[in-house]
Design a protein around this ligand. Structure first.
Ligand code: GDG
Length: 477
């Protein structure tokens, strides 16, 4: 059976959030974020559909239209949210793919739920896709969907993009279901990664685990070729650049500095509260600078926004306690009346307030232990048309590949983080402008539209194979 959609996104979540008005009426609002902004025009141009969970467990909803997009809700039970989403996706795959910075949980019932839910997504997609449609599957929650979907609908052109890092073979090898997962991904025609290193890890894994030959970007299966390639995701540069040039945002940025007591330096961290983001170690670095007297409490304020995230997963609850204890300790030691050196917020903010915060801060500190890309780093750059502002950036964020003019740090080396934070604070306006200009050029050129465009172009116009399975070289790495 074929549906009427010639282009589809399949993602864990639909790109909308339900809001309930004071009078009790519910409506849907498009969730903020680069992916939906980049994809929406493509969806509107073609007969596009977006399949995903709508965010409430144990509830079935009929497909509905929003902003010119046709949305197809895929239901999840409360138990599936626990086992497939919080469990296998976020307690198994997330830590495993992020260099095992937390210990992954390997539980069979989580895997079973992951398989069941992936099958449901594949079936839903198979039902609404037109003959020969293009289907773009997103991220680590749905890695089995490509193969499941191909089995149901071999006529489709299937792409997959992984937003998080793809780990080295040695780490992936631990996964009890490694073979099934890799075979799931190989159902796609194109598998996209943030960085070339992730794509190379995947090709090596296919070779070692399944004995598949590869050459260049292409992996050779018996009857077809799977292309693997890096497509570094980006932000909507134009939208952010326009937003921060508005009078009321610039005024708000000044207000924020005044509310912070007009310190000489405003440092900023913006992250989901996640153990991969290195929040604790950057606060430790800042605390040590205060302790050693290299910074005075009235000289610098560190604003840390830690957006609530995955609050039902144990590891995340522990992390929140640890961070809040640490903030309390540092502030307790260094605060003066009416002046807290760390301003910590476990809250979410609107896009405009966030943009004003970026604009108001002198040093953006982004220190993940491992991160697929890190959009915050690129958003900060997009917001600084004034060419002020420095970016301290972890070498372990995908964004470090492109933003070479940032102050790069090894987040595991606290002394390095301290040194680079100080260098950034002491840099001359001329030096800052030089670095910012180059970084802005990069983000403006390679924005999220370009990311989506290049992926879809590669998916829809497959390159001629560079060789055949018979003459592909067998790499032995
Ligand atoms: C995954 C990968 C990859 C944060 N707080 C608020 C808020 N945010 C927005 C930021 C940014 C986004 O959330 C976070 O994106 P990141 O890229 O930094 O991190 P992940 O959530 O881990 O994303 C990552 C990304 O996927 C895309 O492929 O870069 O590596 O882990 O846009 O601005 N937005 C609002 N209020 C907040 O309080 N409105």
């Amino acid at each position: 059976m074929s549906g009427r959609n010639s282009f589809m996104i399949v993602a864990n979540r639909l790109p909308v959030d339900r809001t309930v008005e004071p009078d009790g009426t519910a409506s849907w609002r498009r969730s903020p974020g680069g992916l939906v902004t980049a994809i929406a025009p493509v969806m509107q141009r073609r007969h596009g559909a977006w399949l995903g969970w709508h965010g409430a467990a144990d509830e079935r909803l009929e497909p509905f239209d929003q902003d010119g997009m046709s949305l197809v809700p895929v239901p999840l039970s409360a138990r599936e949210v626990e086992l497939y989403y919080e469990g296998f996706s976020n307690a198994t795959l997330w830590p495993l793919y992020h260099d095992v910075v937390a210990t992954p949980v390997f539980e069979r019932d989580m895997w079973d739920a992951y398989t069941t839910v992936n099958q449901r997504f594949a079936e839903a997609a198979a039902e609404v896709a037109e003959e020969g449609a293009v289907v773009w599957v997103q991220d680590y929650q749905l890695q089995l969907v490509p193969a499941m979907l191909r089995k149901l609908r071999p006529d489709l052109r299937i792409g997959f993009f992984l937003h998080i890092p793809f780990p080295p073979v040695e780490l992936f090898w631990r996964l009890p279901w490694r073979k099934e997962l890799v075979e799931g991904l190989l159902g796609a025609d194109l598998v996209g990664f943030q960085l070339p290193g992730g794509a190379a890890n995947f090709r090596r894994l296919c070779r070692r685990l399944l004995g598949l030959p590869y050459k260049g970007n292409e992996i050779f299966l018996d009857d077809r070729i799977v292309t693997t390639q890096a497509f570094p995701i980006s932000v909507d540069f134009g939208e952010l650049d326009t937003m921060v040039r508005q009078e009321h945002i610039m005024t708000r940025a000044k207000e924020i500095r005044a509310e912070l007591g007009d310190p000489e330096h405003v440092l900023l961290g913006v992250d989901r509260l996640d153990y991969t983001k290195g929040i604790g170690l950057r606060l430790e670095a800042f605390g040590e600078l205060l302790k050693e007297g290299r910074l005075q409490p009235n000289e610098a304020v560190f604003v840390q926004i830690a957006t609530p995230s995955r609050e039902r997963v144990d590891e995340y609850r522990r992390l929140r306690d640890d961070i809040e204890l640490q903030v309390g300790r540092i502030n307790g030691e260094h605060a003066m009346l009416g002046l807290q050196p760390i301003q910590y917020f476990h809250q979410s903010y609107g896009r405009e307030e966030l943009a004003a915060l970026y604009l108001a801060s002198d040093v953006m500190v982004v220190t993940p232990l491992r991160d697929g890309m890190n959009l915050v780093a690129k958003e900060y750059v997009a917001c600084h048309h004034d060419l002020r502002g420095a970016l301290v950036l972890s070498e372990f964020a995908g964004a470090a590949d492109e933003l070479r003019q940032s102050y790069l740090v090894n987040p595991y080396d606290v002394e390095d983080v301290k040194r680079q934070m100080m260098t950034a604070m002491r840099a001359t306006p001329h030096e800052l402008a030089r670095r910012m200009r180059t970084m802005r050029r990069r983000v403006a050129t390679y924005d999220v539209d370009r990311w989506a465009g290049e992926f879809l172009n590669a998916l829809e116009t497959p390159a001629l194979p560079s060789s055949t399975p018979h003459n592909a070289s067998w790499r032995s790495d």
